[in-house]
Design a binder for this molecule. Structure first.
Ligand SMILES: [Zn+2]
Length: 206
């Protein structure tokens, strides 16, 4: 792609770094911004900079938050003895949308994936084990997507916590193998949560 302006080229190249945005789309977006009032670009860049600079991770569940302890963890009406283990904030949003879960979450920040170079130490696993060790947790619900990486991650955590006598369960799979949680509809997801099965039983499907 030949550019008549270095400034334009730089903006397009930066935009094209984003996932799912090719050079052509990047050019279209940049030209769109160029046609809009300058304030729109200022608002966009200021929103992105504030988000990147000021956002926090809840020190209890690792969910993305504006404050030290997220709204869910800080809510006294939530059941702190019930912890739902999820991959990232999109899963928290999907499960919250069902309105059927009254426990707390633990956000791992990914799945164990040797191919992508993600090992257990790069995920928020040790803080989950610590939570279980502290004796305040009755049940751990695994709600990772049922991909090979999700199953591997569940099993890794299960091995770390089973000796502490906590109940472990997995959300029922009305959701087809390989489906990501965020795409499941709210009713199906809510039902999967309510009809969760003992984790040991979910292993038979592996
Ligand atoms: Zn939290």
């Amino acid at each position: 792609m030949e550019f008549s302006s270095k400034l334009l080229e730089r903006a397009v190249n930066e935009m094209a770094q984003l996932p799912g945005i090719g050079k052509r789309t990047a050019l279209r977006l940049v030209l769109h911004l160029l046609k809009q009032p300058k304030e729109q670009t200022e608002q966009l860049t200021s929103a992105l900079l504030s988000m990147r600079g000021e956002i926090k991770f809840c020190k209890k569940c690792h969910n993305i938050s504006d404050v030290e302890v997220c709204e869910i963890c800080a809510n006294p009406s939530r059941d702190a003895s019930l912890i739902c283990v999820v991959e990232d904030i999109r899963d928290v949003m999907a499960l919250e949308n069902t309105g059927m879960f009254k426990g707390l979450y633990h956000v791992l920040g990914g799945k164990i994936s040797p191919i992508d170079g993600v090992g257990p130490s790069q995920l928020n696993i040790s803080s989950l084990v610590e939570k279980v060790k502290s004796g305040t947790v009755k049940e751990i619900i695994f709600a990772l997507s049922s991909t090979m990486e999700g199953d591997t991650t569940n099993f890794y955590i299960y091995k770390q916590i089973k000796e502490y006598g906590v109940i472990t369960s997995a959300i029922a799979r009305g959701i087809a193998i390989g489906d990501e949680l965020e795409y499941a509809d709210e009713v199906t997801l809510g039902r999967s949560l309510m009809h969760r099965i003992p984790f040991e039983n979910s292993l038979k499907n592996m």
